[in-house]
Design a protein around this ligand. Structure first.
Ligand code: ADP
Ligand code: ZN
Ligand code: ZN
Length: 753
């Protein structure tokens, strides 16, 4: 009987690949095993066996699997195979794309040479013949060879050899070599069979050496929320903890984790961005020590491979703290998944595929593992909030800050009015400047939030209005003063700043708009004693920790940053928070713009006054009457949610619908347009006029020399998504030849953010 295996290969095609199983491999090829297969001309790939069957493909000749890379146990667990399938179906991407984020690089070698090998160290011990001999006997043997005798003497000393029970401590070759004079004598001792070498696998993973402390005891309201969560899990698999900033959500998580660990269960704790959350990391380490492991895509491949294998071993980490890719790790006995700051867009992978949302994948993965999911946030996404209100999720509210510290006092400043009165100094209203000055005078710290990195918005000719643009993208460049370059924030290309306008020859070039660099420069002029740090995506990742530490230690006292600084920071001494331009987010042409603005500002606001004293927040805006601003002032997220949901309902936006964006890219605008038009037509016939929008040229319609057209599908949330997917597949098959002939690339973004 011939057997075949369907294999997931790391190629961007919507399919599995069938290979024959040679007779000698029949017993070792099982689902989840990694196999090595020929692919294309002379190429080889590592794949994962998805299933084994007897159906010989009829259309083509199969090739055989070359070898199996795994020993007894498969590298990928059965539920993970289902997860790969689910992600590729739901997010309309290739199983191979999912495989690439699932398996760390070290575990999917391009060739057998680059395969991950456990790290080993070489040790020495007395070889078999002399194992039980008394050290004196052995040394006596060597009395004519003093150099060799020295080595044995040293070995006995280092290994604390005990002749009574033959016990000894392992001695590494490296250690022994450091302590002896003659390396050649060591070779001789080994050659003459007095000592022998052996290899031991050693971990690459760092170990926690700090001291452990007991978790804090919960306050009565925290305890109530903790009990509430556990209660909700009796009949719900997913619960939402809606707790204001600084209410102690982390402490509640810690209690929940502790209970799971005591029952021998594993916990996955997801955070949107690891590099910025060293504070939570240290807190968890203090409580859970070596039971905790940190996993994210910036870890070296070898480390990630080692963590993976440890999770498959008999001694897995019980607690994994990780960014989105940690949902892909294997768990054998998962009890709980915590998704902290669940509203964060960083959970969504934008490019490349798979464009998955780790929060949603976590929910699916947890249910496959029969585990519970807890979502937590002070400003939940409308999707999750709605599910909680509609009682699909358990719903626990915590509206008191720890220590009963009041939420900060929010003051809204109308920029337009201040401008009319000529009170604005750059981006600073007198109220803002005064608040910063006051705080610094009292030895407190300030966080200023500004949503644009770089120095200025655009580089513009004052005479003719020409704006310097990227030659590969349809976007204006952002001036970065530090490097004196104009940078494209879409493709990253850098340009020299034009000092003479190529259009009209004028030398009157100005920088318009304000980025973080320019805000810092202005503040320095207004308040010279301010010690300013900037944190945005231009800051290199390995500087994050230093910047955070310096701010924590008071070496700097004003932190200016983009949305990066809205996340999970907990600084004792920050009394004042300023939002310089709320409008930059509010005005984006996106139905989520208001939701985003509220979330972002509420999160930065939450950084103010986290200790005894009430904090102060100043929001500068041109639209003080905007719903988001009004409810931020009143600190009423629920009222804001209710108001916005009416609008979402009216226009059939999520959570009342599911959105999928289809992007078509190609070299020639007219061809992309034509293919997009045909696709739209087919989709409209099936889903109806109102559900298909486009094709449109997006705001930035050309990136990296490719023209883009997009189609938006807005499908009622009650319609089964699998049917939708099948319909899309059908539509694509109809225009397959067109796509190939015109060399058009199509990508999908399901539930885009
Ligand atoms: P959240 O995650 O809700 O914003 P945190 O969990 O970061 O809030 O808590 C805010 C601060 O209050 C932290 O410094 C935390 O250590 C402290 N805290 C919260 N609950 C307790 C508690 N029960 N005992 C001692 N300190 C607490
Ligand atoms: Zn000009
Ligand atoms: Zn560009």
């Amino acid at each position: 009987m011939e057997l075949y295996a369907d294999i997931i290969l790391p190629v961007p095609l919507q399919q599995l690949f069938t290979y024959g199983i040679p007779a000698e491999l029949v017993s070792s090829v099982t689902p989840g095993m990694r196999v090595y297969v020929p692919f294309g001309r002379g190429r080889h790939l590592t794949g994962i066996v998805a299933s084994v069957h007897k159906n010989k493909p009829t259309e083509y000749q199969t090739k055989d699997i070359i070898s199996v890379l795994d020993g007894e146990t498969p590298m990928v667990l059965p539920y993970q195979l289902k997860l790969i399938e689910w992600i590729s179906r739901y997010y309309l991407c290739a199983p191979g794309d999912v495989m690439k984020v699932l398996l760390p690089g070290g575990l999917r070698p391009e060739s057998r040479q680059t395969a991950y090998k456990p790290k080993t160290e070489c040790f020495v011990r007395i070889s078999g013949k002399w194992e039980t001999a008394h050290p004196d006997t052995v040394l006596e043997e060597l009395k004519k060879h003093p150099k060799q005798q020295d080595i044995l003497r040293k070995y006995y000393e280092l290994s604390c050899f005990n002749h009574n029970d033959n016990s000894y401590k392992p001695v590494s070759k490296r250690l022994l070599q450091e302590q002896i004079e003659s390396k050649s004598a060591l070779q001789t001792v080994i050659k003459n069979n007095y000592l022998e070498l052996y290899n031991v696998e050693i971990g690459r993973l760092p170990q926690y050496r700090g001291k452990l402390i007991e978790p804090y005891s919960l306050t009565p309201v925290q305890q109530e929320a903790f009990e509430g969560i556990k209660n909700s899990f009796k009949d719900k698999n997913i619960s939402l903890l809606y707790g204001v900033t600084s209410s102690g959500k982390t402490e509640i998580y810690i209690k929940l984790i502790k209970e799971q660990l005591e029952q021998g269960k594993q916990v996955l704790y997801l955070l949107p961005e690891i590099a910025l959350t060293t504070q939570i990391m240290h807190r968890l380490q203090q409580v859970f020590g070596d039971k905790l492991c940190i996993y994210h895509s910036n870890c070296a491949d070898n480390i990630r491979a080692e963590i993976w294998q440890r999770q498959l071993s008999d001694n897995p980490f019980q607690l994994i703290l990780g960014a989105r890719s940690a949902v892909m790790l294997p768990f054998r006995d998962l009890g709980l998944v915590i998704v902290d700051e669940e509203h964060e867009t960083a959970y969504k992978q934008e490019d490349p595929a798979p464009r998955y949302n780790a929060r949603n994948v976590a929910i699916i993965m947890a249910s496959m593992c029969k585990a519970k999911t807890l979502l937590g946030s002070a400003t939940p996404s409308f999707e999750s909030f709605a599910n909680a209100v509609w009682e699909k999720y358990g719903f626990i509210t915590l509206n008191q800050r720890y220590n009963n510290v009041e939420l900060p006092d929010v003051q809204v400043v109308d920029i337009a009015e201040m401008q009319k009165k000529k009170y604005m100094q750059g981006l600073f209203s007198p109220q803002m400047t005064e608040a910063v000055r006051e705080a610094l005078k009292s030895g407190e710290q300030v966080i200023l939030f500004h949503n644009r990195r770089g120095y200025s918005g655009t580089v513009e000719c004052k005479e003719c209005g020409r704006v310097q643009k990227c030659s590969c993208c349809d976007v204006s460049l952002t001036y970065h003063k530090n490097s004196d370059m104009a940078v494209c924030h879409y493709c990253g290309r850098k340009y020299k700043v034009e000092h003479v306008c190529p259009e009209c020859g004028s030398q009157n070039i100005v920088e318009r708009g304000y980025g973080t660099e320019r805000v810092a420069e202005q503040l320095k002029l207004l308040i010279p004693e301010a010690k300013i740090a900037i944190m945005d995506s231009d800051t290199s990742k390995n500087r994050y920790e230093d910047i955070i530490r310096d701010f924590q230690d008071g070496i700097t006292n004003v932190l200016i940053g983009t949305q990066m600084i809205s996340k999970g920071f907990d600084f004792d001494n920050v009394s004042t928070v300023g939002v310089l331009q709320a409008d930059s987010m509010m005005n984006l042409p996106d139905f989520r713009a208001a939701e985003r603005t509220y979330q972002l500002i509420a999160q930065v606001t939450g950084r103010a006054g986290r200790r005894e004293k009430r904090g102060k927040v100043i929001i500068q805006t041109r639209q003080p009457e905007h719903e988001a601003i009004k409810q931020l002032e009143a600190n009423n997220y629920r009222a804001f949610f209710n108001n916005q949901m009416e609008e979402r309902h009216l226009f059939a936006y999520p959570p009342y619908s599911r959105i999928t964006t289809i992007k078509l890219k190609g070299k020639y605008a007219n061809k992309v347009e034509a293919v997009a038009e045909s696709l739209c037509c087919i989709l409209r016939k099936h889903f109806g006029e109102d559900s298909i929008l486009g094709p449109d040229a997006p705001m930035v319609s050309k990136v990296n020399m490719l023209h883009i057209r997009s189609i938006i599908m807005k499908i009622d949330h009650k319609i089964n998504y699998i049917q939708t997917r099948q319909m899309i597949d059908y539509a694509l098959s109809c225009i397959k030849t067109e796509i190939q002939n015109q060399d058009i690339r199509i990508s999908f973004d399901v539930d885009p953010l």
